[in-house]
Design a protein around this ligand. Sequence first.
Ligand code: ANZ
Ligand code: ZN
Length: 811
Amino acid sequence: MEYNAKNIEYKWQEIWKKNGYAEPKDDYTLPKKYILSMFPYPSGRLHMGHVRNYSIGDALSRYYRNQGFNVLQPIGFDSFGMPAENAAIKHKIHPKIWTYDNIDYMTKELDALGFSFSKKRLLATSDPLYTKWEQEFFIKMYEKGLVYRKSAVVNWCESDQTVLANEQVEDGKCWRCGNEVVQREMQGYYLKITDYAKELLDCLETLKGKWPNQVLTMQENWIGESFGLEFEFKFDDESRTLLGGIDGFKVFTTRPDTIYGVTYAALAPEHAVVKKLLEKDLLSDEASTKLRSILNQSPKQRQASDKDGVCLNINVIHPLTGEKIPVWCANFVLNEYGGGAVMSVPAHDERDFDFASKFGLPIKQIIKADSLPYPEKNSTYINSDLINGMHYDEALEFIISKFEEQNLGKRVTNYKLRDWGISRQRYWGAPIPMIHCDKCGVVPEKIENLPVKLPEDVVITGEGNPLDTHPNFKNCKCPKCGGAAIRETDTMDTFFESSWYFARYASDEKTWEKVAFDKKSVDYWMNVDQYIGGIEHAILHLLYARFFQKVLRDLGYLHDDEPFASLLTQGMVLKDGAKMSKSKGNTVDPDDIINRYGADTARLFILFAAPPQKELEWNDSAVEGAFKFINRLYDRSSNAYKTEQIPVIDHLNLNKDEKYARLKVYEALKKSSDVFENSFTFNTLIAACMEALNALNAQNNKDVWTEGYFIILSLLEPIIPHVCYELSSELFGLKNFTKIELKNEVFVQDNINLAITVNGKRRAEIEVEKSLSKDEILQIAKKEVEKWILGKEIIKEIYVPNKLINLVIKD
Ligand code: ANZ
Ligand code: ZN
């Protein structure tokens, strides 16, 4: 029989579908594994990155099922988002239809790859049943003070009439129409992720060893904790009068020990004091023109340009020396951090140094150094009053205490992490369940009215949000006073949906209509034992998901502190050295590989070509090689015999080649637990199986063949399930794979070599089994040197274990 991937694969996919192979069991007394791959965006077709991601997840899921675990491996679609609207504009098709067509197609592709996803729990985040619960979370978070509304500066495209995410701004232009992007202040809803900054940071500790260090470091930096001093710079009388009574402004510094080196203060362009000066027209024309052009740049653009700014012609008083300090506005000061103002120490801070050099501001050195602006922490303070002569730690503590004692400032911990703005002026998203009433202000929709559904009768033109002009959607009743009110027309950032989908899967689908999560199944399945996905999600998605887990815990829905116990970030799939992508035109369509070679070949190639964490370079001849190996494996089935009973083998009676073959088979088996549970180096397991197959082929014992073949099929099943199921059911009547125990005797190095001497003269060497008794060994030895001892009297037999036997004879 020839290997026919198509027939075999289709046959087994149908069997698995019928017998519910991939469905989790409701028996919550079983040991469980929750294996989760990041869900796809329904863009239209699967790409190789998906295939890689899901091949890894499926291998783990199948392995754990074989080990007797109750496994949940769900799948769904992250189905809200911009691309559906873009497709709607381009192809004149409703985003919903486009999305659900794609979901259908991609679900078929996933099936054709033999991935054992639970279908009972298939979800699409655009389903109103999903929206309903996230709107409930939103309202509960609002009631708890975790959602608030504020006005902030955002990227705005005038021609598309929409806010753009930072990622959607390319070289200061809109990614879709190429129009210049401007900064605009807009109202939006924000999630208070900053309330959880400390816990998000502290819990990273518990993930050490289970998450890639790189991801932990990126999250740590993103949260960006720093300790320092916060104090207020007070204006001098003249400036205070000018500003109409503003007293001063707060600054944050991580280097209070450099306080005597301050020669100016710098404000962010959006700072309230700067705004006031602009409003009151207190700046020169030149200064205000420059300021406005800086204001039009995004903070990202400003960081990338040269240091720039304007003198504000106002002064503050140095809190310790009483000196007058000029105040500037600088493009590198972020409004959203540490009060949006800094004390500038140009002698010892690079940015301050560049700025001061450009504008000829004084530079006052207060730490000994060979060159400015880099201070050495162990160096000596100069020009610093009482801290001259102190060590760094001592100086830091001295200044902070001094500020605290005199009530001038306080010790603070600051975080880089910003609150998460979730308002999008888009149609294809979950409506924000809020209502604006002239009388009552902003009011949440009543829980019993959820979900707030998207109207379907809209035309997507790409200009503005169609919800804004949809009368039935927009006009509503105030839930509080019953008066006429306006519904919020912004929809939620799609990261909102991907922040809790893992917990939804963990909830029994029979309860999905009634509750967000049913406690019993969520308590059993959560948290995710192994999460698998791309490194590109190292910060945003993984941070938001961790935040949601904690919020949902505090709202009483979930109990774990962390959503993902273990994380595997898979490397990119490359071709010709570059990431496979449509725009580069270097993609390989998974469908083509399946049609040509079959799903097993695609899976084998992907898991064999590189360890999952590393980049994978596409290689046509290696795909061919994977296909050939499966053919060889298939052909070799004729060397094994049909049996329902795996042969029991008397290892000691095997010859060298047979023993070696068994050793290779069991070495592969031994390796498998580490590969699936720890290292994920599937490539080494596949190599071990190939070696074992070769060793089996180099011997003729049918029992050894049959046992070895049985084990190899079990080991490869998680990787190439179709062919392994086909062969195992054919030969061994196997319905399901189960755990195979190691046999220790196979690993015992069981032969020893002994030299035999007669009256001290070396006469022979023998190889014997270690397990033999001294008498048995002596018997073999005597036979070996028979011609030297024949007819002689042996007066002494000396046996040095593992070394030699000396026979002393009378001659
Ligand atoms: C004086 C000083 C002297 C500073 C020195 C540094 C070195 P991290 O670690 O990021 O927290 N800073 C404070 N608020 C800022 C803002 N809104 N935009 C830009 N820079 C800001 O850094 C805190 C340091 O960054 C603070 O300490 C402040 O400069 C600056 F030799 O104060 B430092
Ligand atoms: Zn009202």
